[in-house]
Design a protein. Sequence first.
Length: 146
Amino acid sequence: MRKAIATGAFELVHDFLGRYFELTGTVNRGEGLGRTINFPTANISVAESYKLIPSIGVYLVTVQNDNLCYNGMMNIGTRPTLDGEHQTLEAHLFDCEKDLYSQKLKISFLEKIRDEQRFESLDALKIQLKKDKEICKRILIKKGLH
């Protein structure tokens, strides 16, 4: 099970658990860069050091907060395009304008979309994020979760 989570095999994890793998964390302030490229993110902090964090990559997720559920995508990684030095967990929620700072979120991992990669510019990253979002929306439709 741990290996399936670590490698992003979330359909297999779902088969084992009978539900999607979940992670709970609190939203902290980030640098605000996502907002400047029209992809605002909730920067998630997981307090418990023993929690299993999926491997670096981009994921299709659902996020619960205050009995509301949002679809979105999450990047786990070091943000190589921005020369990041430490791992972050950042979720971009589709159709959510709510202020989530200091809120607890429960994130369910549905599927790994791709590995994290370095892009030549912020514009190239933005183009890829648009593609990732479209891929996520197609998967949600296929799964009947849109």
